[in-house]
Design a protein around this ligand. Structure first.
Ligand code: MN
Length: 247
């Protein structure tokens, strides 16, 4: 088995190192990841500037691009074979609900899914460098083993979120749906040392809708949350309503 690993926190992040190390149990692992933090890059693709690749050591490639660039570089150029699986993570911070559209971690799995390769995004619910990445990596291995053995339903990739706790405190995985939050946006404006204004996109603590069956609900109760995602964003119910419009 050949597994490609990527992330959006950069190739030196503890999460990607723990993940790559653990997945070696299942096969050969090649890491292709951004050379720096690219969180919230979403599904962005670099089309108007060249990309550079740095082989840091055997099977470890840093790319000066986005997570989506890394998947393209890995599959079409750097890996010796087409991988059986792409795993993106372990992200520092959960990727839940509406936030999945911002996530570079989730987008990398989405890109692999578009290429017809089974893919998993894995996130740990912490921003600490010393989170329980090893326990999370063991969860990733278990999910990856299932995907390699059984495949995934058509047009489906997995968004896995893991509570930041020791393995013996963790509750069993639940299959969940994508939740929602009420976002309270905020722009912080300040003045730089040369007297010019600058702005920073901030936010209040998000108000997560803690509804049973959702990713939030599972993670809040220390369950591993596994949400099957697909790229079809069509709102089918709305199609019926809009088809009644006079256009
Ligand atoms: Mn990240």
């Amino acid at each position: 088995m050949h597994i490609m690993v990527t992330n959006d926190d950069g190739i030196h992040a503890p999460g990607i190192l723990a993940l790559a190390e653990a997945l070696r149990e299942l096969g050969t692992v090649t890491v292709v990841a951004p050379d720096r933090e690219r969180s919230a890059a979403g599904h962005s693709l670099t089309l108007h500037s060249p990309l550079r690749v740095f082989e840091l050591r055997e099977g470890f490639y840093a790319v000066d691009g986005t997570p989506t660039d890394c998947v393209n570089m890995g599959i079409h150029s750097l890996l010796p074979v087409r991988p059986h699986l792409v795993v993106s993570g372990i992200n520092h911070g959960a990727n839940l609900g509406d936030d999945v559209t911002y996530s570079g971690t989730v987008a990398a799995a989405m890109e692999a899914n578009l290429m017809g390769i089974p893919a998993i995004a894995v996130s740990l619910s912490t921003y600490e460098r010393h989170g329980h990445f090893d326990a999370a990596a063991q969860v990733a291995v278990r999910v990856a083993r299932q995907v390699l053995a059984n495949g995934l339903p058509a047009d489906t990739f997995l968004n896995v979120n893991i509570p930041d706790c020791a393995a013996d405190e963790m509750q069993p995985p639940l299959i969940t749906r994508q939740g929602m939050r009420s976002f309270v946006g905020k722009i912080v404006d300040k003045t730089d040392p040369r007297g010019r204004k600058y702005y920073w996109i901030g936010s209040e603590e998000p108000d997560l809708h803690d509804e049973p069956g959702t990713d939030f609900h599972a993670l809040n109760r220390k369950h591993v949350s596994i949400t099957p995602l697909h790229l079809d964003l069509t709102n089918y119910e709305s199609m019926k309503i809009l088809s009644g419009w006079t256009l």
